[in-house]
Design a protein around this ligand. Structure first.
Ligand SMILES: Cc1ncc(COP(=O)(O)O)c(C=O)c1O
Length: 402
């Protein structure tokens, strides 16, 4: 039995045996994306920097993809840098700006992805001060601290747009505008947000924006940094001078073509609104339906923020046994996998370690519950029918873990 409603369209060579509710970790590449990558790999496999016909074919394909992606964001082609993924884009953004000024204060939120935390830790070693913007119980930054945190000596701000573990959508347009008024470069990690909808970069106050192809049904191994020209003082990787000198290394033309195609499937939204209104309404309603079905399970506490401040495909909750004692999220994930359901107990990057979630700690969740998070994140490969089984599977997993 397959638990997927449209398994064959995913382009997987074997029928997946799990019902896949882990879009925030990664997404299945679309069949047309895989076909496109294969075709480009066959016909435009040359090095796009070579001067012969084979190279020119690859260069032409790369230029077309770059143009298409820039067009989807209403960006200029030279505002786009292809990287290996969001982790690299974050490092390029923060180190690239930091290289152009003396060590100052970097403000990040208390609920960043480890990629931003890792880059911030390295900047600390280079003499920067890192301040974390505190959040409330829903993971939302405390806006009353804006003036204080953006005051001198703040020289750089990075704020996650859609939080991967708990789904909180931060007021990025507001903070970006406040940074622009104060001439502070502003970066956002939009890795979880862009899969919900494209933004118009030309009217946005954001200076640097990171996202990753594998979160939006594109291929793994390619990411993007959108940047305002003149902000990055130094590349992360130097060498061959590709990507306008900002990122050396032969471009993965086929992956970039696949990314362009995956992006074309996404809806658009207005960046001045904190939530993408045009974003995948059917996924949001599927999520809401699942959430109400799960309400029958005792000791399940949804911890996502309010509707307007929450990723539309995201459902995060703390889970306990019938007596109200916290259960281990990692054990539940393993048990659910045995039952045929793939989900997560937090950030995929931390799933190997049994430790308190830094995000739940920042949200001031009681210490005994900080390892009891379960996250379901949905995608267009699912239907309501697929999700009918979820409450029963979760109840069985809870029984097995109690
Ligand atoms: C918010 C966020 N930032 C960054 C990353 C890292 O992305 P990548 O795997 O493309 O480096 C992830 C992936 O888990 C993420 O969810």
């Amino acid at each position: 039995m397959t638990l997927w409603s449209n398994g064959p369209k995913l382009g997987l060579s074997v029928t997946p045996s799990e019902l896949y509710l882990d879009a925030a970790a990664t997404t299945p590449p679309l069949q047309e994306v895989i076909d496109c990558i294969n075709a480009v790999q066959r016909h435009a496999w040359g090095n796009p920097s070579s001067l012969h016909g084979t190279g020119l074919m690859a260069a032409e394909r790369l230029a077309r993809s770059r143009q298409a992606i820039a067009g989807l964001f209403s960006a200029q082609v030279d505002e786009l840098i292809f990287t290996s993924g969001a982790t690299e884009s974050v490092h390029l953004a923060l180190f690239g700006v930091a290289a152009g000024c003396p060590p100052g204060r970097l403000v990040i939120s208390a609920v960043e992805h480890p990629a931003v935390e890792g880059a911030a830790a390295q900047l600390e070693q280079r003499g920067w001060t890192v301040d974390r913007w505190p959040v409330d119980a829903t993971g939302l930054i405390r806006m009353e601290l804006l003036d204080q945190l953006l005051a001198p000596p703040t020289t750089l701000v990075s704020l996650i747009w859609g939080q991967s573990e708990v789904g909180t959508v931060q007021p990025v347009p507001l903070v970006a505008s406040a940074c622009r008024e104060r001439r502070i470069p502003f970066h956002t990690d939009a890795t979880q947000l862009i899969p919900q909808g494209l933004l118009d970069w030309s009217v946005s106050s954001i200076d640097l924006l990171t996202f990753s192809s594998h979160k939006l049904q594109g291929p793994r191994g390619v990411g993007v940094l959108l940047h305002r020209p003149g902000l990055l003082a130094q590349p992360l990787l130097s060498g061959g001078g590709q990507e306008g000198g900002y990122r050396a290394g032969t471009e993965p033309v086929a992956l970039i073509a696949g990314l362009a195609l995956a992006l074309k499937q996404l809806p658009t939204f207005n960046p001045e609104q904190s939530l993408p209104p045009g974003s995948t309404p059917q996924i949001r309603s599927m999520r809401d339906r699942l959430q109400s079905q799960l309400a029958t399970i005792p000791s399940l506490t949804v911890i996502n923020a309010t509707e307007e401040q929450r990723l539309p495909h995201h459902l995060a909750f703390l889970i306990g046994d019938v007596t109200g004692h916290p259960l281990s999220g990692r054990r539940l994930v393993q048990q659910l996998s045995r039952l045929g359901l793939a989900c997560s107990s937090g950030s995929a990057c931390r799933s190997g370690q049994a430790q308190d979630s830094a995000v739940l700690t920042a949200m001031d969740v009681a210490p005994s519950w900080r390892q009891s998070l379960l996250r379901f994140s949905l995608g267009p490969w699912l239907t309501n029918d697929d999700l009918e089984l979820v409450p029963r599977l979760l109840s069985q997993a809870i029984d097995a873990c109690t």
